[in-house]
Design a protein around this ligand. Structure first.
Ligand SMILES: [Zn+2]
Length: 147
């Protein structure tokens, strides 16, 4: 799968928010940043920095985490305004189901971004860990009703 296009989650704010609301979240759960690594550094979130290093930038597009705010746990979905071509390509090459790849299903930028949101919802709602990426991808595909 070749992909030389950047995608722009920051331009799909309405779509991302609509999906999150469908799953019971609100606007306060959604954050857009220019650089997830820098954002993590500024907010002292060490686990993200470690993961970014380990995954070689895989999470440059989106992630979810819980932070403590006013003594309450707040779920955050953090999206990068821009997803570089290398990150888009890396995700489209993810294996799903049997002998399939995400690129077999996600044809448009809009579909790609909707799938990314659902992938993060899978981490949050289903409790899948960062080692269960394929489960998240497959659940997200089913929620999009492609399969
Ligand atoms: Zn994931």
């Amino acid at each position: 799968m070749r992909n030389n296009k950047a995608y722009y989650p920051g331009k799909h704010r309405a779509l991302i928010l609509k999906i999150l609301i469908d799953y019971g979240y609100e606007e306060t759960n959604l954050v857009f940043v220019d650089n997830i690594g820098e954002w993590a550094l500024q907010n002292g979130i060490k686990s993200i920095l470690r993961d970014l290093e380990r995954l070689g930038g895989f999470m440059e597009i989106a992630l979810t985490l819980c932070i403590n705010k006013s003594n309450k746990k707040l779920r955050l979905f953090v999206f990068s305004n821009v997803a570089p071509p290398s990150s888009v390509r890396q995700i489209l090459n993810n294996p799903v189901l049997t002998n399939q790849y995400l690129s077999d299903y996600l044809e448009t930028e809009r579909q790609f971004i909707a799938h990314r949101v659902l992938h993060e919802v899978a981490h949050a709602k289903k409790g899948y860990t960062e080692q269960e990426e394929q489960k998240c991808d497959e659940w997200a595909l089913k929620e999009m009703k492609f399969v």
